[in-house]
Design a protein around this ligand. Sequence first.
Ligand code: UDP
Length: 347
Amino acid sequence: MVCVSNSASPTGMERITKRRLFLACLALSGVIYFLRGRKAELRNMPAFSPHSDSGVEGIPREGDQVDETIHFLNVTSWYAPVVWGDSTESERRRGEFAYRTFRTGLVVFVLGRYSQYLLRFVVSAERYFLPGESIVYYIMTDNLRSIPDLELPEDRELRPMRVAEMPQWNHLSKVRMSLLAEAIRGTIAKEVEYLFCMDVDQEFINPVGTEILGDLVATLHPEYFGLPLYTFPYEKVKLSRAFVEEGEGDFYYTSELYGGLCAEVYALAEACSRFILQDSEMGYHAMQYEESYLNRYLINHRPTLLLSPEYSWWDSPRTLDVPIQRIVSLGRQCASLEPQNKETRKC
Ligand code: UDP
């Protein structure tokens, strides 16, 4: 009887061992559950181009939702229009400029191997950029022979501007704003009313008309469009002149395209070149290069007109669809592709 009852109800020692076993199993399944969850989280993490990766801070967290209503954003909280090319407001703006006479400049830097992009850029701009308007393309280049021999209409012109050879991209990103300010001060300000600055590794694929003209014009970065403020890769290093305090800022703007009245672009370029110089003196350059300084400036001087990502788009896992892609960044698109897909896109 004692023997049976002994085997049915465990001794104190056996009871402790079973409890330990149970607890160990529980802990193990907890660890497995955590690791599986973490893996799924990493798998779902969007791919980041080197340009937009700012480390742990500034990247979207799991559960971040893109605010889809942003597609209907037509005006900011400070009443600056957000431009969608096919909207009735854009049509109205184009109508407003139809009877005005003005000249617009378009600055691109073309140094070293970037000369390969120039022909495509200009040919596509001739087709789609402010058609019928008077344009000067200011080509800031270290190689005058890279200027394509194109016959342009009478009121559109290619104007090479020589800059010294720059062996490294990193160096160019430090001096581009000051070269721009210098060029505006020296020549451009006397020649054009509006001025836009663009990266040359882009292509116009649909019309970009006078709806883009404004006093100070910035373009919404397509990868951060609709994401919450804390995901923006603003500069996080406090000592930097590009530093943005937590909670500061409105939107994240791309450096692929910005512009406005010549005087406004000069003020922007001059201020950014000062910030860059001050940081350089401390041996620092902001995380997103010029884009960081541009964003800092645009927090202090809010743009009067914002271009939607129709005007700066590239295909990446993080960009939202837009009604019409008008300007595509070939360089950033390549940067966002997986290595195996680069070849098919001719990167
Ligand atoms: N650029 C250039 N030569 C270089 C590097 C850059 O002319 O060696 C110019 C070019 O206009 C290019 C722009 O600087 O489009 C920005 O460089 P990149 O596209 O590499 O930078 P991103 O802004 O896309 O990170």
